[in-house]
Design a protein around this ligand. Structure first.
Ligand code: PRT
Ligand code: MG
Length: 225
């Protein structure tokens, strides 16, 4: 990286995480001086000369922070849990000091209205479940003692029950309108999801003062309910 060592790099993903992190940064006195929706830049300067933002895919944020490509990042709990499970070393080197309480939603099981999930569970049937969140789904059904065949998808999970690919899906639900539009119903909540601040542990040692300052600023800006 060409930036001087003392500079701090924050990894964000475009979309809701970027949008909902901006007010937290602003409360910390930091404003991003370029708009990612009109700019094609992936490195965005801020009003603080020693702080810059890098834009990466949501699922790449933990990798950037863990490997030191960024000092800090903001990632959904869904992304963190899947990342930790995918890599043998889990979340080694990643410090998670704060629940930022932004980009909130829930992980749930959903199915077609005409699929009787409860009775399939009671009867001990094997249920075919399509999801992008294989690790969260596996743990959930194992805890409940439900037999499932997991089908890994990378998007448009709602389509799976409609085409007969699966009986149910595990996906994030926020307003519920995506499920409704596809005539699916939420049959079981799995866990509440929000975004977390993550910090590279080595960076925290090397740049202790500025990073501590940022964590404290974020902490006082967290939305309260
Ligand atoms: O979209 P892209 O492929 O670029 O990447 P991404 O989906 O990983 O990023 P993004 O920005 O969509 O999501 C980033 C993070 O936001 C996720 O990791 C979650 O922690 C959080 N988040 C909060 C959500 C939602 N709410 C959400 N509603 N992520 C996705 N959704 C999707 C959901 O998967 C479903 O398709 O929105 C749809 C449901 O929304 P409702 O309002 O119709 O219920
Ligand atoms: Mg998305």
């Amino acid at each position: 990286m060409s930036a001087p060592n003392a500079a701090i790099t924050l990894a964000l993903s475009k979309g809701r995480i970027f949008d909902e992190t901006l007010p937290l940064l602003k409360a910390a006195g930091i404003e991003v001086t370029e708009d990612p929706s009109t700019s094609r830049k992936l490195i965005l300067p801020t009003t603080r000369p020693d702080v810059r933002v890098v834009l990466v895919r949501a699922t790449d944020v933990p990798t950037y922070v863990q490997q030191g490509g960024a000092d800090l990042g903001v990632a959904g709990l869904d992304v963190l849990l899947e990342h930790g499970a995918e890599w043998g070393n889990g979340s080694a080197g990643l410090y998670q000091p704060l629940d930022l309480r932004i980009a909130r939603c829930r992980m749930s099981v959903a199915a077609r209205a005409d699929f009787d999930y409860a009775s399939a569970v009671r009867q001990g049937s094997r249920i075919r479940v399509a999801t992008k969140y294989v690790s969260i789904a596996r743990d959930h059904f194992a805890d409940k003692g439900v037999h499932v065949d997991l089908i890994k998808l990378y998007g448009s999970m709602e389509l799976a029950p409609l085409t007969g690919l699966a009986d149910a899906i595990v996906d994030l639900v926020s307003t519920g309108s995506t499920l409704k539009a596809n005539k699916l119903v939420e049959v079981e909540p799995i866990m509440p999801i929000s975004s977390r601040l993550i910090v590279n542990q080595a960076a925290l040692k090397l740049k202790r003062e500025p990073i501590r300052g940022l964590i404290q600023a974020f902490e006082s800006a967290i939305p309260q309910e």
